[in-house]
Design a protein around this ligand. Structure first.
Ligand SMILES: [Zn+2]
Length: 420
């Protein structure tokens, strides 16, 4: 027997309520939902369900999910989605695991997600150890926590026979970390569910934070190349290592705004074969970031110009003898942007937190929400509860003390955002 609950919440604006009333509705949605008996019962049940969430978290974490090799963990999620009765359970072309929980109508369409991949290479020992409430293992918080919370949200909705006005699609994404370059969520928005996502939530890591500022990044591998030769015998030709030095000096002097925070870093350099050889190649890897897309675009353009200037100067210095070439390869591109702090989706996340006695931090970061935000789809990334340390390290931990509140907040937010 399904029980329908209806709260009027216009998150996309312009339909039946103006932006002010949508905001006001969102600002109290968590508290109002908790006054509904079915919702209250579901939240209470989640407190007792938390040991199961922890079990799932450990079980999923002990299945390796290195970058670009998320299949085994993905298969475990597919089976879990199926066992929970989600509809149209499938794995898309890039490996995202997708399952739908239909509401009264297809829209609004909420995607509720967490990511499958870790930063740890193949062969990493992924056994999880426990000491009281503290779990320790690579990926235990980032993002096995999110995956386990996703399953708990579905369980709570099923147990409470909660029917939502809109449809929720649960997704375990691939490629959130590093060189994965958000390929899972990019495929989701650009192909798999193109034009059919109205709101987006990513549950990522431990803690109580709400992230609505998406830090964008632009990453390059750059190589200067030339004929190379003997350091004495061939002297007088353009030198790739020297060109690289010119480029780095130029980058070091780039001007960026302090607000919005915009950064650049030459992270790795290399090349050459011996001290008495003119290198035939010198390379670097560069990372640039900003929470403001315009600032990132401007920095990107200034960086590329610096490379061209370095190339021209080194070639001219030697009268174009042993002319160099320049290769620029984009190895990462994440758009930046922000959902305004007073946007309904952020207000709903704050309200859900308050309703459960959580005082959230407001964060900025680079997560699956970046893609949603860059496309103008309201999105937040929320922490999954508990406390974590050492993300991206082998000594990563998750402290489950009171972590059920994080699960319950995710549940409340999912229900809130599936309202009209
Ligand atoms: Zn993560």
């Amino acid at each position: 027997m399904k029980r329908a609950i209806f709260f009027v919440l216009v998150l996309t604006g312009g339909l039946s309520a103006g932006p002010v009333s949508a905001q006001q509705a969102a600002a109290t949605i968590g508290e109002r939902l908790l006054q509904d008996a079915a919702i209250k019962a579901a939240v209470d049940a989640l407190r007792d369900d938390e040991p199961q969430v922890i079990e799932d978290q450990v079980r999923l974490c002990e299945i390796p999910a290195p970058p670009f090799k998320e299949q085994a963990r993905g298969e475990a999620l597919r089976q879990a989605f199926q066992a929970l009765g989600l509809k149209n359970v499938r794995i898309d072309a890039v490996g995202n695991v997708i399952g739908e929980r239909p509401g009264a109508a297809p829209r609004p369409s909420l995607v509720f997600s967490a990511h499958l991949d870790t930063v740890f290479p193949e062969g990493t020992n992924v056994r999880v150890s426990r000491s009281g409430p503290v779990l320790k293992g690579p990926g235990i918080s980032d993002d096995c926590r999110g995956l386990a919370v996703l399953l708990a949200v579905v369980r709570a909705m099923n147990r409470g026979a909660i029917e939502t006005p809109g449809t929720i699609t649960f997704v375990a994404t691939v490629g959130e970390e590093g060189l994965g370059d958000l390929r899972g969520v990019k495929n989701l928005f650009n192909i798999e569910m193109k034009g059919r996502i109205d709101r987006f939530v990513s549950v990522d890591g431990a803690g109580s934070g709400i992230t609505h500022v998406a830090v964008g990044s632009s990453r390059y591998r750059v190589a200067f190349k030339g004929p190379g030769g003997h350091s004495y015998g061939a002297f007088g030709i353009a030198n790739p290592a020297h060109a690289l030095g010119r480029a780095i000096a130029g980058i070091a002097d780039l001007q960026v705004p302090r607000q919005p925070k915009t950064t650049f870093n030459v992270g790795r350099i290399g090349g050459g074969t011996s001290v008495n050889s003119i290198a035939f190649e010198a390379w670097m890897e560069v990372d640039m970031r900003s929470s403001d897309q315009a600032a990132l675009t401007a920095l990107d353009a200034a960086f590329l110009k610096t490379l061209d200037v370095a190339l021209a100067e080194e070639n001219e210095r030697w009268g174009n003898k042993g002319r160099l070439t320049l290769e620029k390869t984009i190895v990462g591109s994440r758009p930046g942007g922000a959902v305004p702090a007073d946007a309904p989706i952020v207000q709903a996340a704050l309200s859900a937190s308050r309703a459960l006695g959580i005082t959230p931090t407001i964060d900025e970061g680079s997560t699956d929400s970046n893609i949603a935000i860059s496309l103008g789809v309201p999105a937040v990334t929320i922490d999954g509860g508990g406390e974590g340390t050492g993300a991206h390290s082998l000594a990563e931990t998750f402290d489950a003390t009171g972590s059920w509140r994080g699960t319950a907040r995710a549940f409340l937010l999912a229900v809130a955002l599936a309202q009209r």
